[in-house]
Write a protein that binds this ligand. Structure first.
Ligand SMILES: [Fe+2]
Ligand SMILES: [Fe+2]
Length: 327
């Protein structure tokens, strides 16, 4: 599917979904003032969409809660002069994160040949920014919701974020884009989605569980978070003080511009989605190839035939290694 078709399909999907959006109300409104049941269905749909849009436009979006160690690590590494010993001391405060960091540092993702058992060793192997990336991935995986269908959607969002992170790093290497932010930018490119998912879940719990009870709820929720996720993600990027390259990737990954990191993440995003379609929906390998070629063209990112084949061969392995590292 070329980018224009993809865009049309996306809008068609959103419009179709909006036809079936349930009636909801914001939490701060008194339930007795305007009973939702009295509103015509289309008006209720438009109202919900408008309210989500206005929440995003006015910045009434709460980023997901992250462990304090992860937030502190972002602050420490944002200056570019973090001392590895400070990093190790910080991570030691959270034994769960420390254990998961060691596990990741010993995984195939970091081509580990010799086992390391200390945090200092992990920091040496991964480097300051590598530690930041891994701790952020651990923190993101830790954003868990229990109720369905939100739980299932959150798991899929995590799987996609991780795949996109690993493939962004691969694409950056193949396209010779000198960046240390490819993994993080890929990991966080859709951060607006879990953010909105949690908002919708809260809204829905306060308004009677309509989204959860209707059969096509997953479909509708995904359409809604799809529509607003880049704007919501931009708000999260500001609150978390993310590096500029990550902010650009979050804001523009569906419409690549001159920024090379945005182009890289666009290609990684499409590659990751094409591989998921091949793995889970039985899409043909030729379709994966076409989709990745279209993404490269859309992003104006040139790969030689050999580099393209390397991407095809290594992308799924990069994803699998990342899954193992954070299992
Ligand atoms: Fe996206
Ligand atoms: Fe994505």
């Amino acid at each position: 599917m070329d980018p224009v078709q993809a865009q049309d399909a996306h809008h068609g999907w959103v419009n179709m979904a909006l036809d079936t959006i349930p009636r909801m109300r914001r939490s701060h409104e008194a339930p007795s003032r305007t009973p939702d049941d009295d509103l015509p269905r289309e008006e209720a749909q438009r109202t919900l969409r408008a309210r989500l849009a206005s929440d995003v436009a006015e910045g009434h979006i709460e980023p997901p809660l992250l462990p304090s160690v992860a937030l502190e690590l972002m602050r420490l590494t944002s200056t570019g002069a973090a001392d590895p010993r400070d990093l190790a001391a910080l991570i030691e405060r959270d034994q769960m994160i420390a254990a998961k960091l060691l596990r990741a540092a010993n995984s195939a993702m970091f081509a580990a040949s010799r086992e390391i058992t200390s945090l200092g060793g992990a920091v040496n192997r991964l480097g300051v920014l590598g530690v930041r990336d891994v701790v952020l991935a651990i923190a993101l995986k830790g954003i868990v919701v229990r109720d369905e269908p939100y739980h299932r959607i959150m798991v899929r969002l995590w799987e996609h974020a991780l795949a996109c992170a690993a493939i962004s790093k691969l694409v950056a290497g193949l396209a010779r884009v000198p960046t240390e932010e490819a993994f993080l930018a890929g990991l966080l490119h859709d951060i607006g989605k879990p953010t909105l998912l949690i908002s919708l879940m809260t809204m829905n719990q306060e308004t009677g569980g309509d989204l959860r009870d209707v059969g096509r709820a997953m479909f509708r929720i995904e359409a809604l978070i799809d529509e607003f996720h880049t704007a919501a993600g931009t708000l999260v990027a500001e609150r978390w003080l993310l590096p500029t390259q990550c902010r650009l990737a979050i804001a523009h990954h569906h419409a690549p511009n001159a920024s090379r990191i945005v182009r890289v993440v666009h290609v990684a995003d499409e590659t990751s989605r094409a591989l998921t379609a091949e793995r889970e929906e039985g899409a043909w390998p030729a379709m994966t190839e076409d989709r990745i070629r279209a993404a490269l063209e859309h992003a104006c990112l040139a790969l030689s035939q050999r580099e393209f084949e390397t991407l095809l061969i290594r992308a799924d392995k990069a994803r699998e290694d990342a899954v193992q590292a954070f299992a």
